[in-house]
Design a protein around this ligand. Structure first.
Ligand code: ZN
Ligand code: FE
Ligand code: FE
Ligand code: ZN
Length: 264
């Protein structure tokens, strides 16, 4: 069974299409289950409405998901969010999340010390900081996100490769440390196909990292990171092939922040 848990909406300001169109796309692709996971508005992020919906719009997002659950009994629709990990704000985040009936929470490292490293407008940061340093800082933050225990699923685990910048030094140790932190946390990761649509042209996480995760018994779920209806379940054939090649036979699903494993 396949799910697509990483789906955005135009509420966030940088996606398009109406929410029902995403549901219809998921049904057309034969998914029994999907989930919306729009960017969670967080008051402490150094950002504007090009990145996330205003907090005042968030109840409307929740209500629309509830309406769609009623309207489309043919598919299970879960309610998720994608929340940024910012060190020092864990308690505040837990507090904010506790106010909503979420099925799952994605944790993402989009910011390295205030720098939005996955936004092409700020791509000069890779040169300014040095790619090796960026990789180190990025994966330390991912470890922090895992250790925080707040997130059910860690998103696009090696997002830092998005623009194709590769480290000079061997990062095997850094990846092993990261996998150990994730395994220790008991949380889940996702296989995210959006990297195939980005300059790196590679699924997140890459095969080497995914093999380490499988070796450490870290469960995995699936997401397309759709920002348009036609991206729903995009390239899932490649994701499934990679999962199987690495050894995965189950995927994780979520309901009310409880995890279940189902056959792939
Ligand atoms: Zn987005
Ligand atoms: Fe993200
Ligand atoms: Fe996303
Ligand atoms: Zn994402």
């Amino acid at each position: 069974m396949l799910v697509d848990y990483h789906i955005h909406t135009k509420e966030c300001g940088h996606a398009r299409g109406e929410m029902p169109e995403y549901v219809e796309a998921a049904i057309a692709r034969g998914l029994p289950e999907m989930g919306f996971s729009d960017h969670m508005p967080l008051p402490y992020l150094p950002l504007d409405e090009e990145y996330m919906m205003p907090t005042a719009r968030f109840p409307e997002y929740l209500a629309e998901v509830a309406r769609l659950q009623e309207k489309y009994p043919r598919i299970r629709i879960r309610l998720g969010v994608e929340a940024d990990f910012i060190p020092g704000y864990t308690e505040q985040l837990v507090q904010i999340l506790s106010g909503y009936p979420l099925d799952y929470v994605y944790g993402s490292v989009h910011f390295i010390d205030g720098w939005l490293h996955d936004d092409s407008r700020f791509i000069d940061g890779y040169e300014r900081h040095g790619v090796d340093n960026v990789y180190r800082d990025y994966f330390r933050l991912v470890q922090g996100a895992a250790e925080s225990g707040v997130f059910d699923i860690l998103s696009h685990l090696d997002l830092v490769k998005k623009f194709g910048f590769r480290p000079q030094r061997d990062i095997r140790g850094l990846l092993e440390e990261t996998v150990a932190a994730v395994a220790e946390s008991g949380k889940c990761i996702e296989i995210n196909t959006s990297g195939l649509r980005k300059p790196v042209r590679e699924i997140y996480p890459g095969k080497e990292l995914l093999e380490l995760l499988f070796g450490a018994n870290v469960p995995v779920t699936l997401g397309s990171d759709a920002h348009a209806p036609e991206e729903v379940a995009g390239d899932f054939d490649q994701a499934v092939a990679l999962l199987r090649r690495v050894g995965y036979r189950k995927i994780a699903t979520f309901r009310k922040r409880q995890r279940y494993l189902v056959d792939l």
